[in-house]
Design a protein around this ligand. Structure first.
Ligand code: NAD
Ligand code: TYD
Length: 358
């Protein structure tokens, strides 16, 4: 039985990954989810697996060296999948320090504890031990020319405190691979969407606002481009990289699904119109009149676009969920989980929203 230590498993991608892995491998694997439960971490995301004998939750901070080394000492960890991070660009612009602490220092602690637990007396690493660092395409910066893409060889050029801190964490992982031959991989993925995404990010925020007839804030001219991937396709890619990828390699993950932000908002409105029944009072609220252009994000990257050629050629990974289907699945999930949305948007979220958008 392989043991996985998943950091940040109570967040959006981490919880989807845990669902994916437990469904795929069942009791062949054991998962220890380490999460400190910031505003973005929510144990409700894992309600349906919390009682499984091969799943354990540990509340701990990845910057807490003692807590993390204890987890390694008490468990024979085979794999680390490191999601835990501060992940929202707008928050990083307002409060950069916690991004440096969690993303850079937290990754250093994770690397050091894994190294201490896995390194053998001769300096080599026990076979089968692997660390996967989950990162973002934002480390590559912004593309200005059409038909250009981010490759694994594209130089890093981060612009926001978020992407700079993720770039720093990637560099630390690279340094461990180069210096110690530490058994790791890095994945750099494009924007994800799907169930359990916190409604500070574009897609869930627009769905939630539209269903309440609230304004839909579009930054700048709405023509910034992101490359969107359904979260379960990301979960599958992470597993494939750990199972079949070559150690020490970086893999870019993305779906060739580039869209302007304004088009994303329009697609959500069109899909909501189509999915809501004529009797549903919310149907009348969901109109393009809600679209409101607001002040642009500071330093707003214009375009991201991943070339997923390497992961396709080497591992045979391809996105399986087309955007039209993925957005319907996501909206359907939000329809079926209104309580979840109510719970995560009460309290602190209201304060964040008012400060951010007023
Ligand atoms: P998220 O913000 O939804 O979740 C982050 C999780 O990490 C939360 O559960 C939070 O409680 C936990 N966490 C934060 N600080 C912690 C700490 N100090 N100790 C322990 N746990 C802590 O983020 P997400 O969108 O699920 O992203 C997960 C990872 O994937 C991040 O590393 C992010 O950079 C990367 N990524 C995200 C996207 C995307 O579109 N969301 C795309 C590519 C890569
Ligand atoms: P976001 O979901 O925050 O992801 P990221 O900044 O990591 O790409 O934003 C996606 C795009 O949508 C980005 O170009 C900023 C834009 N955006 C808006 O126009 N309005 C909003 O309210 C938000 C949250 C984002």
């Amino acid at each position: 039985m392989r043991t996985y230590l998943v950091t940040g498993g109570a967040g959006f991608i981490g919880s989807n990954y845990i669902h994916y892995m437990l469904k795929k491998y069942g009791e062949e694997i054991r998962i220890i989810n380490v999460d400190v439960l910031t505003y973005a971490g929510n144990l409700e995301n894992l309600k349906d697996v919390e009682n499984l004998p091969n799943y354990t939750f540990v509340k701990a901070d990845i910057t807490d060296k003692d807590a993390i080394s204890r987890i390694f000492a008490e468990n024979d960890i085979d794999r680390v999948v490191h999601f835990a991070a501060e992940s929202h660009v707008d928050r990083s612009i307002r409060n950069p320090e916690v991004f440096v602490k969690t993303n850079v220092l937290g990754t250093a602690v994770m690397l050091n504890c894994a190294k201490a637990a896995w390194e053998q007396p001769d300096g080599s690493f026990a076979p089968g031990k692997k660390f996967l660092h989950v990162s973002t395409d934002e480390v590559y910066g912004s593309l200005s020319e059409p038909d250009t893409f981010f490759y694994e060889t594209t130089p890093y050029d981060p612009h926001s405190p978020y992407s700079a801190s993720k770039a720093g964490s990637d560099m630390l992982v690279k340094s461990y691979m180069d210096t110690y031959k530490f058994p790791a991989n890095i994945t750099n993925c494009s924007n994800n969407y799907g169930p359990y995404q916190f409604p500070e990010k574009l897609i869930p925020l627009i769905i939630n606002n539209a269903l309440q007839g609230k304004k839909l804030p579009v930054y700048g001219d709405g023509k910034n481009v992101r490359d969107w991937l359904y979260v379960m396709d990301h979960a599958k890619a992470i597993d494939m990289v750990q199972e079949k990828g070559k150690l020490f390699e970086t893999y870019n993950i993305g779906g060739h699904n580039e869209k302007e932000n304004i088009r994303i908002v329009e697609i959500i409105l069109e899909t909501l119109q189509d999915m809501l029944s004529d009797e549903d009072p919310r149907k009348a609220l969901v109109t393009k009149d809600l679209i409101t252009y607001v002040e642009d994000r500071k330093g707003h990257d214009r375009r991201y676009a991943i070339a997923p050629d390497k992961i396709k050629a080497d591992l045979g990974w391809e996105p399986e969920t087309m955007f039209e289907e993925g957005i319907r699945l996501t909206i359907q999930w939000f329809f079926e989980n209104e309580e979840w949305m109510k719970n995560v948007t009460s309290g602190d979220y209201q304060k964040y929203y008012e400060e951010m958008y007023q």
